[in-house]
Every structure is written in structure tokens, then in C-alpha cells.
Unconditional design. Structure first.
Length: 265
């Protein structure tokens, strides 16, 4: 459907967060004609009662649907399955942990439609953006930043290391994008290919962004304030070893990517 949007939530044990997020997205239908907004949850065999919740939403709103994946949990495969199933011109995906505000999803979508953008990337590292633990961009002390994260389900160490990782990725990929591990995007479905999601976890994101850049996609990075997780456990891990284990493929795959002789298509 021309200019319509499918919002994709890849999930694994995010029932409590979905109870809040799904109604928020559906309530944003004022931005669209009623038939132009779809919400699709792609669930990776959750064990927390997510399936019952999804069935209830599907009963009461025709704009909502869900897919159940089999096999091993996989963030990139879940996102791709959602994109593949979408029948709209635009697709969006974001984490189901409540860290990515729905008001910003609405803003990104309006920008994509009104400015004829191919891709809008939600960014923590451009003007107006901020990372977990900040109360307000540019107005939170280090002490308050640390205190805010201590009271959440997120790790201070993981937030700091995420910034360091992104600096490395910028140097390697040189796509002009600052938040290469965003995972918060609105994009034209036609520009995205299955091979972009052959990854282990969030390491799909820097590769996808580079390939979209090489394909000549009209991209814009827009700031948003990333919020701490309220419910559930982080899939990234909070220890130094766990984060390094997650982070190594980002750098290794990015180095391999730039060694290829890619050219704009």
C-alpha cells in the first residue's frame, strides 16, 4: 500500500512491555488513514505468556497481527521475517523493551513521507539524541546518569561501551551515519534485501546501513532520547565479557564488509 506503514516488533519474553507499546502504536493512527497502519509482532518462542497477549490483541484490532517463529531465537531473522510479511510501502522496526519512544516513531514516519526519504534512522548520537540514563539531552550530570541506570534494568557499562563501539564503526564504515547500532528505523521495504540480515544479533544494523548507503538510499539520521528498560531482562548482557562477546562480530563483520568491492546500485 502506497505510503502505508508496518511497525515490526521482534520479541522474546517482552509481554509486559508489549502491553503498553502495542496500544501506543495503534493510538497513533491519527497520523494515518485507518487502513494505512499495521502492527506486526514477530515472536521467538516466548515463555512469559506473550502468545496469549498477542491472540487477544489480534481478536480486537484488525490492524494487529503476529508471526511465531520456530527454531533458535534470532533478532535479525525476526526482523527480516516481519519485513518479508509486510505489504506496505514503508516498514519500521524497533526494540520491544520500551527504550524507543513511540512519539519518535511517529515523527520519523511523518518525515519519511513528507520529505520522500528512503530511510530515517533513530539516532542517539546526533542533535536531539541521547542515550539511556539521561533525563534531558545535555542536562544530566554523570552522577545522575549513573544513578538513573542503577534504578533500571540496563547496565552503565553497556551504555558506555555502546558509545565506544559506535566510534569504531564510524571509522570503519564511513557511511556518514553516527548511530550504526541504532536498531530504530523507518525504511522503504523495496530497498531492503534478505542478505542484509545474515547476522548473529544486532550486528546486522551497521552492515544494513552501509549497504543502503551504497545503494544510494536517501537517508536521514534523527535524534531521539533512548530510555532505560523498565521491565524484563536485556538480551545484550551486562557484564564486560558478555558485551565484548556481543560486540566483536560488529567490528569483525564491518571490517569484512569494507574489504568487499561493493559499488552503488
Amino acid at each position: 500500500m502506497l505510503n502505508a506503514l508496518t511497525v515490526i516488533f521482534p520479541t522474546f519474553n517482552e509481554k509486559t512491555n508489549l502491553e503498553k507499546l502495542i496500544p501506543e502504536v495503534l493510538a497513533a493512527s491519527w497520523v494515518f488513514n485507518p487502513k494505512d497502519l499495521k502492527v506486526l509482532v514477530v515472536d521467538d518462542n516466548s515463555t512469559d505468556g506473550t502468545l496469549h497477549l498477542l491472540r487477544e490483541f489480534a481478536k480486537h484490532d484488525s490492524r494487529f497481527s503476529y508471526l511465531l517463529r520456530s527454531g533458535n531465537p534470532s533478532l535479525p531473522k525476526s526482523i527480516w521475517d516481519g519485513i518479508s510479511a509486510a505489504t506496505t510501502e514503508y516498514v519500521a522496526w524497533l526494540d520491544a523493551d520500551g527504550s524507543m519512544p513511540i512519539k519518535d516513531l511517529v515523527k520519523f514516519t511523518l518525515m519519511a513521507r513528507t520529505q520522500a526519504l528512503d530511510v530515517v534512522i533513530g539516532s542517539r548520537f546526533v542533535s536531539g539524541g541521547g542515550f539511556k540514563g539521561l533525563n534531558e539531552v545535555g542536562k544530566t550530570s554523570i552522577r545522575d546518569f549513573y544513578s538513573n541506570l542503577r534504578g533500571s534494568q540496563d547496565s552503565f557499562l553497556a551504555v558506555i561501551l555502546s558509545r565506544v563501539l559506535n566510534r569504531f564503526l564510524r571509522l570503519i564504515l564511513r557511511s556518514g551515519v553516527k548511530d550504526l547500532t541504532s536498531g530504530f528505523m523507518v525504511a522503504r521495504k523495496a530497498l531492503i534485501l534478505e542478505k542484509d540480515f545474515h547476522a548473529a544479533y544486532g550486528d546486522y544494523c551497521p552492515i544494513l546501513i552501509r549497504r543502503l548507503y551504497l545503494r544510494g538510499a536517501k537517508m536521514q539520521e534523527v535524534g531521539y532520547l533512548c530510555l532505560p528498560r523498565e521491565f524484563g531482562e536485556s538480551k545484550t548482557g551486562s557484564s564486560l565479557i558478555a558485551y565484548l562477546r556481543r560486540g566483536f562480530p560488529y567490528i569483525a563483520k564491518s571490517l569484512l564488509e569494507v574489504m568487499k568491492k561493493d559499488s552503488p546500485k
